[in-house]
Design a binder for this molecule. Structure first.
Ligand SMILES: *Cc1c(COP(=O)(O)O)cnc(C)c1O
Length: 396
């Protein structure tokens, strides 16, 4: 593997030089006021990235998975019923975590390649007259299949059924890359991590809690200690953590929020969309299909690309690493061997993306697939030329 090539995996993502420097700090006393000068602006920055006025933002030294656990254990009690769709490896893992915590999960099995079935959610919620369902889970962007779900639609399904369940959203591979509207969608808990849209290394679980979710924490009985948000909130009140914080990462996160907000969230989302479209034009030129079944669910952060029957898609990933020192993502779970993934989120430009498309083409040609060298690159070039970046000086 090369340290010079960008990675094209859907997290961890490429770290801009500025953020690497921000994380590389001398030791400070994390109980001194200096820490508060990073912590509080970072919380405020994340709140703005979530498009929220007053979500309570918490950071845990963990990864996105710890964020899932924070969401569940702080708002629910053993035996509580939750509703969740399984449409890929990440939604599957969150469901598995629910079961391990003794929650009663009503699973809506959904084809891998489709989004959260909003109509089905609405039927189930409307039928739950006794309001036994305490939380509705939704994976905003299923990283395994490159599928985006309609969180505004999930909120509408709750509202249409007049259902009071909490809305818990996994935004690990969408937040800071794709539009996420915490307040307008009335999300109760949003979960993400430092190593995807925030362009940092792994190490922070980042969560936002609504006032309603904060209220639910008071009666939630699931055991929690490390991930207890009341301990964390008490720490923050003294500009500290209940334990030793990863200071460099929090400083980096503060800087990452500044970068994203300086570029402008709309520009960040437009950049991700443009780059994703370039990749999609390339896929089309190769004569291949996405795992995502329709344009309304196409993800702007990752594309899972189906390879022809009888071909092991994982070979592309292995070959790219061995031969060209470039990382793509393998297929996970049900789609293992059937898809390879191009991650296109975080610190990425058109030019970097073209290099990833060119590498994928070389790999497919080397492995005997009927792909003409330059075909995908040309398709993406044509698209990028006719849809130039908004403001290159600001792009991350
Ligand atoms: C990456 C990812 C996770 C898991 O996050 P970790 O940081 O690896 O624990 C969860 N959900 C989605 C959608 C992801 O993309």
């Amino acid at each position: 593997m090369s340290f010079q090539n960008p990675v094209f995996i859907p997290g961890p993502t490429n770290i801009p030089e500025k953020l690497r420097k921000a994380c590389d700090m001398p030791t400070i006393d994390h109980r001194s006021p200096l820490f508060g000068q990073m912590l509080h602006p970072a919380r405020k920055g994340v709140q703005r990235v979530l498009k929220s006025r007053d979500a309570e933002v918490f950071f845990f030294p963990s990864s996105g998975t710890g964020g899932w656990e924070t969401a569940l254990t702080n708002t629910l009690s053993g035996g509580d019923k939750v509703l969740a769709a399984r449409n890929g490896m990440f939604s599957h893992r969150w469901i598995d975590m629910c079961k391990r915590h003794g929650l009663d999960v009503q699973i809506v099995e959904t084809p891998w390649g489709e989004g959260v079935p909003v109509d089905r959610y609405e039927e189930i919620l409307a039928a739950d007259k006794a309001h036994e369902i305490k939380a509705v889970l939704a994976t905003h962007n299923e990283t395994a299949t490159g599928v985006k779900s309609d969180i505004a639609g999930v909120r509408r399904s709750l509202d249409a059924a007049g259902h009071p369940a909490l809305l818990l959203v996994d935004g690990v591979s969408s937040i800071a890359s794709m539009d996420f509207q915490f307040d307008d969608w009335r999300v109760d808990v949003a979960v993400t991590g430092s190593q995807k849209g925030f362009m940092l290394s792994a190490g922070l679980a980042i969560v936002g809690f609504s006032a309603k979710a904060m209220e639910a924490t008071k009666s939630a009985k699931l055991p929690r200690s490390f991930f207890d948000i009341h301990d964390m909130a008490n720490g923050y009140a003294a500009s500290a953590f209940p334990y030793t914080p990863p200071v460099g990462l929090i400083n980096g996160l503060n800087e990452a929020c500044d970068m994203l907000l300086d570029e402008g969230l709309d520009n960040v989302f437009a950049r991700h969309h443009r780059i994703a479209e370039g990749v999609r034009y390339a896929v089309k030129a190769w004569g291949l299909e996405l795992c995502a079944t329709s344009p309304d669910v196409y993800s702007d952060t990752v594309s899972a690309i189906l390879t022809p029957d009888g071909f092991n898609a994982t070979d592309i990933v292995t070959h790219a690493a061995d031969t060209y020192g470039v990382a793509f993502g393998v297929g996970l779970g049900e789609v293992a061997g059937k898809v390879f993934r191009i991650g296109h989120l975080g610190s990425l430009t058109d030019v970097m993306t073209l290099s990833g498309i060119a590498t994928a083409e070389m790999c497919m040609a080397d492995l005997g697939l009927d792909v003409r060298l330059g075909s995908g690159v040309a398709a993406a070039q044509e698209y990028f030329r006719s849809n130039p970046a908004a403001d290159l000086c600001k792009a991350a």
